[in-house]
Write a protein that binds this ligand. Sequence first.
Ligand code: CMP
Length: 140
Amino acid sequence: MAIERTFSIIKPDATKGNHTGGINAMIEAAGLRIVAQKRVKWKLADAKKFYAVHAKRPFFKDLVKFMVSGPVVVQVLEGNDAVKKYRDIMGATNPKEAAAGTIRATFAKSIDENSVHGSDSIENAKKEIKQNFKAKEIVG
Ligand code: CMP
């Protein structure tokens, strides 16, 4: 297994619920290292750019509105097989379908307010990390 990096967002429902520490504890317990992290408030343009791939989906408008409704914590996670490992511990997109013990089963309210985002491929992780962090902000 190769050491990889993946991109993570702790979403507004989770920052509002004060679950940043709880989510970070689950990330670290899974063996992933948080090698970059910052709490920011996205503008609508940031959310639209990040989720541009979903622009034609019926949930796009609600998604971007939600992503600017409060602070988000953007992160770079590093470890063996990081992209898949993080998706495994996040659980299914819809928390109703997420396995017990996953981040979404523990903290998320709905498919819209689902607490976390994680890259779905190494290629997208590279793109998402570059969009959100300067190289010098990542300290492995
Ligand atoms: P995320 O992994 O951040 O990627 C896109 C987000 O859109 C997803 O998590 C969900 O929070 C949200 N979303 C809302 N409805 C749907 C849907 N039907 N399918 C996929 N994602 C959805």
